[in-house]
Design a protein around this ligand. Structure first.
Ligand code: UD1
Length: 339
């Protein structure tokens, strides 16, 4: 059996990695031919250049909020211009299924799938669904969500198509890591966070008996502390999640799901500039599952943070063997293709 699948979802790691996790699982099961719609110059073009998947680059931009801003006119025009290119490419490729994971690139791809009568599956990472996925939900055959509470945000007439699958986790390892000293990972999402970079410096300076690892997103780090190791990006997050004592992160949905999946004791400081403050809703999942704390940026206090870290690092870490949500989505894809 061979599956031809067209995929879109990127610009940030939060949209890209769940899609890649599904493709990895699918390729393990069956012979797979992939066409990935990418956004010019964005993260997915770099990551996918090292993969065996075929790509098709689009020159589109996301919409500025509020939506009815005149600045959006050229952006909407770009989306419309690209729609014709997508439709043509998709028709040529003629996939069995189209799978999108949100972000503005998903919209023209999902809409074209619907026009061409190709089954459309969508995955939403965030508790509050993104605009593209929400608009595409009525055209989709199946809608996968990471969290049960997302269901409330979808229109009534699409709810029967929703499956609470969880968020596909990417398992990429370079080998087991072992830390002698309690180690705290600080990561501000796929693009990094200047706020967390600064906080990492303050914490490393105040907590000399702990090791800190920071994924800076290539953004400036203004200190050189002995107990702070800085990487512009970490490729093998899987290895770190399994071996650290605790994490301090932003509230990106994919990061949040990974923390839940690997049961990492965590402190989440959501980025409040996110659309509709959706990172706050994501972060609440950590509190709900009693895995750690959510602190609003304005309420961050160094002494309070130190005591929270001291509590979290006491928790015992377990190595767990859970079902990857990617498997649930792959099973549904295979059922659809076999129809
Ligand atoms: C600024 C922005 O638009 N943020 C959004 C974006 O976040 P962003 O891309 O920052 O997404 P997430 O925090 O959800 O996910 C980041 C992903 O990158 C990986 N990673 C990160 C750092 C690193 O060094 N190495 C690495 O592999 C993480 O393990 C994770 O898989 O998409 C998310 C999912 O739709 C949204 O919830 C966020 O609000």
């Amino acid at each position: 059996m061979k599956v031809k699948i067209a995929v879109a979802g990127g610009v940030t790691g939060g949209h890209l990695y769940p899609a890649l996790s599904v493709l990895e699982f699918l390729s393990e099961k069956v012979d797979t031919e992939v066409l990935y719609f990418t956004v010019k110059g964005k993260l997915e073009e770099k990551v996918l250049s090292e993969s065996k998947y075929r790509t098709y680059s689009l020159n589109v931009q996301g919409l500025i909020r509020p939506i009815y801003s005149f600045k959006n006119i050229p952006r909407v025009l770009k989306i419309f211009n690209n729609k014709k290119r997508v439709l043509k490419k998709l028709k040529e490729f003629n996939p069995d299924i189209v799978f999108v994971t949100g972000g503005y690139v998903s919209y023209p791809v999902g809409l074209s799938a619907y026009k061409l009568n190709i089954p459309l599956y969508i995955h939403e990472q965030n508790v509050i669904p993104g605009l593209s996925n929400l608009k595409l939900s009525k055209f989709a055959e199946k809608i996968f969500v990471s969290f049960e509470s997302s269901i409330d945000y979808f229109p009534e007439d699409v709810k029967e198509k929703i499956i609470v699958s969880g968020n596909p986790v990417r398992i990429k390892t370079k080998g087991e890591l072992k830390f002698e000293t309690p180690t705290i990972l600080i990561v501000g999402g796929s693009g990094g966070s200047e706020f967390l970079n600064e906080l990492a410096c303050k914490l490393a300076n105040k907590m000399k008996n702990y090791n800190f690892i920071l994924s800076s997103g290539g953004k400036k780090v203004k200190c050189k502390e002995k107990n702070l190791k800085v990487f512009p990006y970490i490729d093998n997050m899987y290895d770190y999640y399994r071996s650290i004592s605790c994490a301090i992160t932003r509230g990106g949905a994919t990061t949040i799901y990974e923390l839940l999946y690997f049961e990492v004791p965590s402190i989440v400081i959501p980025w409040e500039g996110s659309t509709e403050s959706h990172q706050i809703e994501n972060a609440k999942q950590i509190v709900k599952s009693k895995l750690g704390y959510m602190i609003k940026e304005k309420e961050v206090n160094l002494n309070d943070l130190v005591s929270k870290i001291e509590i979290l690092v006491q928790r015992e870490r377990k190595i767990l063997n859970k079902k990857n949500p990617a498997k649930i989505i792959v099973e549904e894809i295979l059922k659809e293709v076999k129809k």
